[in-house]
Design a protein around this ligand. Structure first.
Ligand code: GNR
Ligand code: NI
Length: 169
């Protein structure tokens, strides 16, 4: 088990389109275990492989409330196959942009197709926080960050602060 270092905003890997996983083997399963450990260590509710510098289409999530048992999701090559017309606005943060957050409007409900760790095709429907999280994670696989959805004014203000923030040096 390994806690990986999480890469920050300036790392170009966060802007790359991640490659699909061709074969679900022990190496992938181990990597996803490490991603879960890294996510818990960083106290996040989701993590995408590019955030640990690995440009592969893998995400993990646990959006369960603190006082309930864990609900771990591990998804390989996840794809959104339908989105609700209804949208919701949620305050989002990102482990690669620590200390900053902003309101993002996204579809309230999405259907996701993915492969599980046995290589079996699966489908799930997400609502609420899990819906925001799975969209945020799949965005990471396409090089998209939550700041991309902010108004230019809000994004530029945030980027100016980040440029002066020693945590990003
Ligand atoms: O920990 C996280 N919180 C969060 C809150 C609202 C919507 C999405 C997220 S994901 C984020 C962890 C992260 O950066 N995942 O890529
Ligand atoms: Ni993120």
């Amino acid at each position: 088990m390994t806690v990986h270092k999480i890469v920050l905003l300036a790392d170009p890997v966060l802007r790359q389109k991640a490659a699909p996983v061709e074969q679900v083997d022990d190496e992938i399963r181990q990597l996803m275990e490490d991603m879960v450990e890294t996510m818990y260590d960083a106290v996040g509710i989701g993590l995408a492989a590019p955030q640990i510098g690995i440009s592969k289409r893998l995400i993990v999530m646990d959006c369960a409330k603190d006082d309930t048992s864990p609900e771990i999701w591990k998804m390989i090559n996840p794809e959104i196959i339908s989105r609700s017309e209804e949208t919701t606005k949620m305050e989002e943060g990102c482990l690669s942009i620590p200390g900053y957050n902003g309101d993002v409007t996204r579809p309230a409900e999405v259907e996701v197709r993915y492969m599980d760790i046995d290589g079996t095709a699966q489908q799930m429907t997400a609502t609420g926080l899990l819906a925001a999280c799975v969209q945020h994670e799949i965005d990471h696989l396409d090089g998209v960050l939550f700041i991309d959805y902010l108004s230019r004014l809000k994004r530029d203000m945030m980027l100016r602060k980040i440029a002066k923030d020693p945590a990003f040096k």
